[in-house]
Design a protein around this ligand. Structure first.
Ligand SMILES: [Fe+2]
Ligand SMILES: [Fe+2]
Length: 319
């Protein structure tokens, strides 16, 4: 494992790109002008989009936080569009909206429309704040946005790519259930020819015995959040994931805290939230993952360019 800090000139480029590209219609975007990179993915999580009016009467902290939800998602989208090369796709790992209303999904889709216009496909997984059927219904109306169901009544799909296959799961409201875990096992076995990356909204919450094997790869900025509230069937999920050598990484959201651990050779990437952190020292932002031969490079795009995690780049070798 190695950590690289991005040169300050690159950071300035990223920060400047966000400003320069405010207003998608004003000019052609960098992403539109550049070639698509089949190995580059943008990973967003927990935007919790809602209109400010939905929080009227709530405590001041919540009202203030609500003002940043849409601007943060729009900033993430501008950042994606400003990347040097166009990503193969954007994956939004749940809690797309706060209360699951149709109005919120329309606001969410409007906020990400710049990515879609730049020709980058967007795929969604549901979180506990999402309404599964409404998410499916609203996403089906939006060209370039996909929430696909390949099994049972959950939103699960395999997204193939040249250097790894993505397996997108549906943990809403906090469990996978046996049928989805069985589907995952079969899908992983049917795609064992290349590395597998699993994405699921809820964090793992393993038994002590498994947890003791976790090595820390990247520490969070704030003290670790407890893992309670995570997947209730974590150990059943981990039996499938840790038992297959081609599974290389699991991406989870829900904790709003960037941190990375490794268990038995599998990386567990806790994604930062786009919308807000649960504890202030944790940064808001999003990730890019560049797939390499034999590994991947992960980069943190924090909204606060002075944050300790801003521009952090991690090499994640598969072996
Ligand atoms: Fe969340
Ligand atoms: Fe969540």
């Amino acid at each position: 494992m190695s950590i690289h800090l991005i040169p300050s000139s690159r950071r300035r480029f990223l920060a400047g790109g966000v400003v320069a590209l405010s207003g998608f219609a004003a000019r052609r975007s960098v992403a539109q002008e550049s070639a698509s990179d089949p190995h580059l993915w943008a990973l967003l999580a927990d935007p919790h989009v809602a209109p400010e009016s939905a929080f009227r009467g709530k405590e001041r902290r919540i009202v203030e936080r609500a003002k940043r939800l849409v601007p943060n998602l729009e900033a993430a989208c501008r950042g994606v569009v400003a990347l040097k090369s166009r990503p193969a796709g954007v994956l939004v790992n749940g809690d797309c909206v706060e209360f699951g209303t149709a109005e919120e999904y329309d606001l969410f889709l409007k906020s990400i429309s710049g990515i879609v216009r730049a020709g980058v496909p967007v795929r969604l997984t549901p979180g506990n704040h999402d309404d599964r059927s409404r998410l499916l219904e609203r996403a089906s109306r939006a060209p370039g946005v996909e929430a696909r169901s390949e099994a049972a009544d959950r939103i699960v799909s395999v997204v193939p790519s040249a250097r790894a296959n993505w397996f997108l799961l549906d943990s809403q409201p906090g469990t996978l259930e046996r049928s989805q875990i069985d589907w995952l096992a079969k899908a992983l076995d049917a795609h064992a020819d290349r590395p597998a990356l699993v994405m699921v909204h809820h964090n793992i919450n393993p038994s002590l015995e498994v947890g003791k094997r976790a090595k820390t790869i990247l520490r969070s900025a704030a003290p670790y959040h407890q893992l309670s509230g995570g997947l209730t069937d974590t150990d059943e999920f981990l039996k499938v994931v840790l038992g297959r050598r081609h599974v290389k990484a699991v991406f989870t959201a829900h904790k709003h805290q960037l941190r990375i651990h490794r268990i038995d050779g599998v990386y567990f990437v806790f994604q930062p939230a786009v919308g807000f952190p649960f504890a202030e020292p944790d940064a808001t932002g999003w990730l890019t993952l560049r797939l390499l031969e034999g590994g991947a490079a992960l980069e943190m795009h924090a909204f606060d360019s002075r944050h300790a995690h801003a521009g952090v780049r991690l090499d994640l070798p598969w072996s």
